[in-house]
Design a binder for this molecule. Structure first.
Ligand SMILES: [Zn+2]
Length: 108
């Protein structure tokens, strides 16, 4: 288990492949991350999916209506060398998954 995040270590993505229902990411430090597309979509970090906190710290989460197309990727692009932005078959593409966020996600 890794504790904390070392800011001096810049995460860099080496390769990215969609294999069946999974997204496989290979990092330049040699680590590999493997996420089910279903898992990835359910952990979408955008304000619409993850919700935004109001002034009182309450999470205003809107229920997302997900259907089979919500878990199909149409494309994934790399954003500014620090994140990836998947585009889903249902048209949702506002989730920007930073490399730190992806590395902190544990798929099981
Ligand atoms: Zn989202």
């Amino acid at each position: 288990m890794e504790v904390g995040y070392n800011c001096s270590m810049r995460l860099e993505l080496d390769t990215m492949h969609v294999i069946g229902d999974n997204l496989a990411l290979k990092w330049k430090d040699g680590e590999e991350s493997f996420f089910g597309l279903d898992f990835l979509r359910r952990n979408c970090p955008c304000a619409l999916c993850a919700g935004e906190r109001d002034l009182f710290g309450n999470l205003a989460r809107q229920p997302q209506i997900l259907h089979p197309k919500s878990f199909q990727l149409t494309k994934v692009r790399e954003v500014g060398g620090y994140a990836i932005q998947p585009e889903w078959a249902d048209g949702h593409a506002s989730g920007i998954y930073s490399f730190e966020y992806l590395r902190s996600l544990v798929s099981d």
